[in-house]
Design a protein around this ligand. Structure first.
Ligand code: SF4
Ligand code: SF4
Length: 153
């Protein structure tokens, strides 16, 4: 990890205050499917990169996150890592950091908040497992998420 870029750290923690609740325990990583297949990816590492204001590391393999929500179910600090990652993707989009090959995914995130939108089938499966229902969400200009409260129920 490089030196801290305080300007970017301030911008990101201002817009994504949940970053400051992360104590880097790594619990979110244990069931992350993207971490298993992406050497440079883990939700914990992306949060750390954001805290360092390291734009290069934030963006590297960021799009490997499949928005499965497992990290959220496990995080003891209520950081909502998958939502943090959606917001970091939003940051990447706003700053033209998205590679050409990922433009379709970019459009899905803009429209639904997810790289793979939530379907009724996914929610039925979640219900069977006793997990809360998820809704597609919309990222607003200030990085906040519309309908965020619904997904916290
Ligand atoms: S996001 Fe939560 S689970 Fe992951 S490292 Fe931070 S505190 Fe731990
Ligand atoms: S939402 Fe993304 S970061 Fe979280 S467990 Fe799933 S793939 Fe990993």
């Amino acid at each position: 990890m490089n030196d801290i870029n305080f300007k970017l750290r301030k911008e990101l923690t201002g817009k994504i205050p949940e970053l400051l609740k992360c104590f880097q325990c790594g619990t979110c990583v244990s069931s992350c499917p993207a971490e298993k297949y992406g050497k440079a990816f883990s939700p914990r590492r992306k949060i750390l990169a954001a805290l360092y204001g390291d734009e290069k590391i934030i963006n590297k393999e960021l799009w490997k996150c499949v928005t499965c929500n497992s990290c959220n179910e496990r995080c003891p600090q209520d950081v909502n890592p998958y939502k943090v990652l959606i917001k970091l993707k939003n940051y990447a989009i706003k700053n033209n950091l998205v590679e050409e090959s990922l433009k379709d995914q970019e459009q899905l995130v803009k429209k639904t908040g997810f790289a793979i939108p939530i379907t009724d089938r996914a929610n039925r499966q979640r219900e069977k497992l006793g997990l809360k229902k998820l809704n597609n969400i919309k990222i607003l200009e200030d990085f906040s998420i519309e309908h965020e409260e619904k997904n916290k129920e």
